[in-house]
Design a protein around this ligand. Structure first.
Ligand code: DGL
Length: 240
């Protein structure tokens, strides 16, 4: 079984890692487009065009399924990608539902493009229980992308909006790298959609490909391959 992942940059590596832990038997290919980060500050049209380009390459891999490890791309064009390509495509969405169920006032932090998107608006309307607020974090994804080997807590805090929250939802996969600092700034629980997304991919692919032979190979394609591989190595060593 082959799963292809896509994020603009390093953000999706956390989801890749979670999926690799759950499905060590699967062959995984991680696609990125680091040179064009931040996708979350581009126009919808530009995001669509860049993403379609990458998905043409993903299609050449003949994957069993693809995972959009990017909230921005999921919000802007997951539906179009599903109509265009013959393989199954999973997306990631902010964990609004579990957060609003448990916490009072919730804050969703997202890229400007995700924050303004219709899918997030609908999600918040349906599951936010009227107490969920969305705020864009201009600059945070690119700060993390550029400084991943040298992140500075006060620089990150400068990019986080002030808000009194009982629960914070990560609306961008890059933010997982500074989850602890986010939890400490707002003094509350932080909800990340990666675990639920990985569980969903695992459950569905196990049902669709019950007897796939063992592969367990992870490769990196597109963008800054060496850097993405190094960051993945860091995640592995941190968690082992
Ligand atoms: N990691 C992407 C997301 O989850 C966005 C990063 C970017 O703006 O490129 O939204």
């Amino acid at each position: 079984m082959k799963l292809c992942f896509f994020d603009s940059g390093i953000g999706g590596l956390d989801l890749l890692y979670t999926c690799a832990c759950l499905m060590p038997y699967a062959d995984m290919v991680y696609f990125a487009d680091n040179g064009n980060v931040p996708y979350g500050s581009l126009t919808e049209e530009k995001i669509r065009l860049l993403t379609l380009d990458v998905f043409e390459k993903i299609a050449e891999e003949k994957p069993s399924a693809a995972v959009i490890a990017c909230n921005t791309v999921t919000a802007v064009c997951a539906e179009e990608l599903r109509k265009t390509f013959p393989f199954r495509i999973y997306g990631i969405q902010p964990a609004v539902k579990p957060a609003a169920k448990i916490c009072g006032r919730c804050l969703v932090l997202a890229t400007p493009r995700t924050a303004a998107s219709l899918p997030l608006l609908r999600l918040v309307e349906s599951y936010g229980r009227g107490v969920t607020h969305v705020l864009p974090c201009e600059g945070l994804a690119s700060y993390i992308e550029e400084n991943i080997f040298n992140l500075n807590r006060s620089e990150v805090e400068k990019l986080l909006p002030d808000f009194r929250a009982d629960g914070v939802v990560l609306g961008c996969t890059h933010y997982a790298f500074v989850k602890q600092w986010i939890a400490e700034k707002y003094g509350c629980a932080v909800f990340d959609g990666a675990a639920a997304t990985a569980a969903n991919v695992c459950r569905n692919t196990a049902a669709e490909y019950p007897f796939s032979p063992y592969s367990g190979k992870i490769t990196f394609k597109g963008g800054d391959v060496d850097r993405n591989e190094r960051v993945f190595g860091l995640l592995k060593s941190k968690n082992n």
